[in-house]
Design a binder for this molecule. Sequence first.
Ligand code: ZN
Length: 241
Amino acid sequence: MRLAIVSDIHGNIDALEAVLADIESVGVDGMVCLGDFVGYGAAPNECIARLRPLIEHAVAGNHDWAACGRIKLGYFNPDAAAAARWTTAHLTEEHLTYLRELPMSASWHGIYLVHATPFEPEEWHYVFSPADAAYEMTGCTEQVCVIGHSHYPGTFELAGTTVQYTRQELVRGDKSSRYLINVGSVGQPRDGDPRAAWLLVDDSRFAFEHRRVTYDIPAAMQRVREAGLPPYLADRLQWGE
Ligand code: ZN
């Protein structure tokens, strides 16, 4: 089976449409979203409406829960907090309810789905190091765990007691290893590559492909500016940071 995993859309409909076209072109048997449908971008309702009928599961991101009032904005930086307030004011009641009811985690085809980390997902930790990854992998029993949150795609492999990290685009999995994979961000990449990111899983070959997709960045930037969101949230899209 070929499976598509998207995350961190952040209300960027231009990026989402490009990713969906890429997913369509490669052909998949199922799709899920790891959260942060909204926040930062100017098209939160459009992104939820577009993605919701296509995905089999979704889990909650911190920006989703900030927008619907389930978590406080205290630890958000000023731009993120301003965007969260803008998003709350613009989301439909139906979409606010959808975000509020998202679960923290799910298991799908033997893959553990969570936005931040498997261990204490509600703390919204980041995985920075191989040691972090080894610790986090104790938080689930699945051989493969996929995460978003940092907007920085990459793969941690646990073989025996050793964790290796790679940013290789195509990872051929080893059946005796475990994997913690950050799928990157559709709508606000932060690894210096402004192209939208998503993960293709081929479970019959046990292979993981980090795909990147060009999209109309000037259009997304203009939408953010016209919405009256903080200008840096438009600017950063062109740099992928
Ligand atoms: Zn995010």
